[in-house]
Design a protein around this ligand. Sequence first.
Ligand code: AKG
Length: 230
Amino acid sequence: MIDDAASGTDACGARDGGVGVSPLAFRAEEIARRDLRDGGALLYAPAFFDAATADALFAALRDGIPWEHVRIRGVPQKLATYWIGAVPYAYSGQVRPAAPWLPTPRAIAAAVESAVLGDTGKRFEGALLNHYRDGSVKLGFHADDEPILAPDSPIASVSLGAPRRLVLKHNATGETHELVLAHGSLLVMAGTTQRFWKHAVPPQRGAGPRINLTLRRLRSGDASGASLAE
Ligand SMILES: O=C(O)CCC(=O)C(=O)O
């Protein structure tokens, strides 16, 4: 058990007891880099977590996170989400309350910090979790550039479950890049990606359930240093 104290159901309804492995094994040596116009970069590791670990993480998050379908203009969203961070997170016209780390997201964050932030002592202070129940659930073009995020800090995105396309579009030229985010993969959007590009997860007919976790550095933390992602 990663954190026995967090097992069971806590005050916010979480039942995340972790995945029973600490620390999580991961493979960072396969990270491939694609440079983007205007100083952005994508770093992608297709099998950052092996299939068995990714299966266990998917199940732990699916069953352990108190997923919410927030309402925008009164309409409950198909995308189920959960924000973890010491401060509230305002995005897309909504404010998500501060919430403590749970064992499985924390274990994932520790593995990603080790690969992306190295021995800088830095951490990802926030995580936004998305649960796509099927291929009809999508995410429109946006940038992860809210005021609470450390400017130009890496966004590290772990995907579990059905593979889905991620499309990036340059703000000025409309140039696009596309990649398929595999089960157990890690994508780091680095450099100036959030300043000059938007990204989206389009609908995908026939796709099964998927969970994505984006790890974010907050302005309140130390925004410097990202050994692998620079
Ligand atoms: O689900 C994904 O891969 C992307 C998630 C995302 O863009 C976000 O949470 O801002």
